[in-house]
Write a protein that binds this ligand. Structure first.
Ligand SMILES: Cc1cc2nc3c(=O)[nH]c(=O)nc-3n(C[C@H](O)[C@H](O)[C@H](O)COP(=O)(O)OP(=O)(O)OC[C@H]3O[C@@H](n4cnc5c(N)ncnc54)[C@H](O)[C@@H]3O)c2cc1C
Length: 367
């Protein structure tokens, strides 16, 4: 029996896998997207994620911040143009209150010295921050990132997957094994041949390490937890808040607070200790609210981080038809679309991948 021939099989339907699938599809490829943990009917993911191109204690602008940001905005707008689409994000900005003297010094120098794109940032004095966010900690003023976004991750990923399948991408929510044939990868579920693919892209986040070809990739899995709180009354602001942790508003009375960073973890489940740590961060940022909120849910996940804190994209050093797209750390939303355009263009048009994000960069693999 003949089975379908795909140009590409993409393993993983998180931000990375969806973005590269979209790039290849737009460029005329037949793509099979595979993810045993996703489905077309059941949205999964965090209720909200932050997009903040100047994250971290130093508030420095990140790698290719403008290209990444514009690529994401374009994609959000493309998805939101779908008739009947839900709201997928808010663009009210992110406030970074300097709640201790170290942060204040960092934020002031970032405000003065970083090359901010026009309209991205302004400085708020302590009184202005208190007016924007009642209940905020005492602070030394802070940054207002007008470009900051709150993305409804669960809805975003679900809308993205749905749109791709409408546009002709085939999706399989199943475990798929593969073996390298002479000129194609043979794809199987339960020992049954289901298709062939000319090339393969592994975009499986931290689980990329479970693919034998990529288990010597230098990836550092870091577990993180989030807590969802319900406030006793309506929340009178729409911004995201980022200080020594972050707080996002999901709707009139729900707040998402994160996150923890755990390198030596035994399992991927949420924990009491995670909830305790997050509540501590939440209380430092919003002491005026910490007694008024109640936990309604808690989530845990694993980020894939790398030694240079940048993603890793490109070919396998020995198999020219095998590619990787991972290492997005805590910035999967911001990074995925732009990186997909770099990886897709390298695959289809032989363009060069910048050394700092290349799978062939020094130190990317343990060999
Ligand atoms: C607590 C927490 C908070 C975060 N907050 C933010 C935030 O506010 N903003 C932000 O931008 N980022 C945030 N992140 C990071 C963000 O989640 C990641 O950067 C992003 O998910 C990485 O995308 P990815 O597609 O590389 O990997 P993932 O999202 O992990 O997707 C990988 C996919 O591969 C699938 N997969 C695994 N094995 C296989 C296999 N064998 N075959 C096929 N598919 C497979 C998995 O099911 C999964 O769906 C947070 C992460 C955590 C843990």
């Amino acid at each position: 029996m003949t089975v379908p021939l795909y140009n590409t099989a993409v393993f993983g339907a998180g931000p990375a896998g969806l973005s590269i699938t979209n790039y290849l599809r737009r460029n005329g490829e037949r793509v099979l997207l595979i993810d045993p943990n996703r489905s077309l009917s059941q949205p999964k993911g965090s209720p909200a994620g932050m997009v903040n191109p100047s994250a971290g204690r130093k508030a420095n602008l990140g790698w290719c911040h403008q290209e990444c940001y514009l690529a994401l905005r374009k994609n959000l707008d493309w998805l939101c143009n779908e008739p009947g689409s839900q709201k997928l994000y808010r663009s009210d900005g992110v406030i970074r209150p300097a709640i201790d003297e170290d942060l204040a010094e960092n934020f002031r120098s970032a405000f003065r010295e970083q090359k901010w794109p026009e309209g991205w940032v302004s400085w708020l004095d302590p009184q202005e921050i208190r007016e924007c966010i009642p209940g905020i900690a005492s602070n030394h003023g802070g940054l207002f990132l007008h470009c900051g976004l709150t993305v409804y991750v669960k809805e975003y990923l679900h809308a993205y997957l749905g749109k791709l399948t409408k546009q002709g991408v085939e999706f399989l929510g199943d475990n798929v094994s593969y073996e390298a044939g002479e000129s194609t990868y043979i794809l199987k579920t339960d020992q049954k041949k289901i298709g062939r693919a000319e090339k393969m892209i592994v975009a499986a986040g931290a689980d990329t390490l479970t693919f034998p070809e990529w288990n010597d990739l230098r990836l550092d899995p870091v577990k993180g937890e989030l807590v969802i709180y319900r406030n006793q009354g309506p929340i009178p602001w729409n911004f995201g808040i980022s200080a020594l942790g972050y707080v996002l508003r999901r709707n009139s009375d729900l707040l998402i607070a994160g996150s923890t960073y755990e390198r030596n973890f035994k399992d991927r489940k949420s924990s009491e200790e995670g909830a305790r740590q997050i509540h501590k961060k939440f209380s430092r940022i919003l002491p005026g609210l910490s007694e008024k909120v109640g936990k309604v849910d808690q989530l845990a996940g694993v980020r894939a981080t790398t030694t240079n804190h940048l993603p890793v994209i490109g070919p396998h050093y020995q198999q020219e038809r095998m590619f990787v797209f991972t290492g997005l750390g805590s910035k999967g939303l911001l990074f995925s679309e732009y990186l997909a355009s770099l990886l897709g263009s390298a695959i289809l048009h032989n363009t060069e991948i910048p050394e700092v994000v290349s799978s062939l960069r020094r130190g990317a693999m343990i060999y």
